[in-house]
Design a protein around this ligand. Structure first.
Ligand code: PAF
Length: 284
């Protein structure tokens, strides 16, 4: 079922709840790929009913980011969702979500603002306001769908950590399930933004996973000094790569460390053909 209206989703989910069925939500911005399908599969295994939201959320894009050109493929998304047995695809308009004619700023809209450190480190250093926009839409989706479980990919590791923090701090009665990164055979992490890359760009983008895998194998060989681990990246970089950050932090709190340990995660953001790509790996 494809719904565009909040009330339609609410009414259907309420019927399920009255029957005692469990509900899973997979929040997406559409342009579904195998990474999203792995979240949907996990939701189907875990819950009686599955809702996929398909909404390119304007308030999580900065003014110079790719909101206008972000791929919108609702027909193809619907086909994939029906193959996977998704019960509802919720594809609202921005007006439906934020009110007609509203200016989407925190002068006029109530925002969820996670703690400063969480939203201003890593991706937040260059994407001001991004995680406030993500948390605001995710909390709205949680309130609209009222799922028992919500499914997110480890690909956006900082996003999942921040959403878990929001859920804990605001006592949201929803269990957050993190699912592993899905990669192409080459090692490239799946992302809707890979569509922007040329064939050569996709080859150049393999540097992200190569750097991360190399850091992990150096850690396994006994190197724990974070600066030394980060330095191993430089031999992989060429003028095709515009590195934004490479950090090794705590996988639950995002805190910086001087020594890596079994709770460490290495995260990278790098531009290839001016496409901003992110990836990460648990060191253990
Ligand atoms: O990860 C995404 O696709 C988006 O940030 C999300 C969680 C659907 C919110 O718009």
């Amino acid at each position: 079922m494809l719904f565009h209206k909040i009330e339609e989703v609410r009414t259907e989910v309420l019927k399920w709840k009255k029957e005692g069925l469990t509900v899973g939500l997979v929040p997406t911005m559409g342009a579904l790929h195998a990474g999203h399908l792995s979240l949907i599969k996990k939701a189907k295994e875990t819950c009686d009913k599955v809702v996929v939201s398909d909404f390119v959320n304007p308030i999580q894009f900065g003014p110079s980011e790719d909101f206008d050109k972000y791929p919108r493929t609702l027909d193809a998304d619907m086909e994939l969702c029906s193959k996977e047995g998704v019960d509802i695809v919720f594809a609202p308009s921005a007006d439906e979500m934020y009110g007609e004619g509203r200016r989407l700023s925190n002068d006029t809209l109530t925002y969820v603002c996670p703690p400063f450190f969480y939203v201003n480190t890593l991706c937040g250093k260059t994407r001001t306001g991004h995680f406030d926009g993500v948390c605001t839409v995710v909390l709205k989706l949680f309130n609209i769908v009222q799922p028992d479980y919500a499914f997110f990919g480890q690909k956006d590791a900082q996003q999942v950590i921040i959403i878990k923090k929001m859920v804990k701090d605001l006592n949201v009665p929803i269990q957050i399930i993190q699912c592993p990164i899905v990669r192409e055979e080459s090692g490239l992490a799946l992302s809707s933004r890979n569509k922007y890359l040329s064939e050569q760009g996709k080859k150049d983008a393999l540097v992200l996973s190569k750097i991360l895998n190399n850091i992990k194998s150096c850690y396994e060989k006994g190197i724990t000094d974070v600066e030394a681990l980060k330095e191993t990246a430089y031999s992989f970089l060429t003028d095709k790569h515009d590195m934004e950050y490479l950090e090794i932090v705590d996988r639950n709190t995002l805190e910086n460390k001087t020594k890596a340990d079994e709770n460490s995660i290495a995260l990278i953001a790098c531009r290839v053909e001016n496409v901003r790509l992110i990836d990460n790996i648990y060191l253990k």
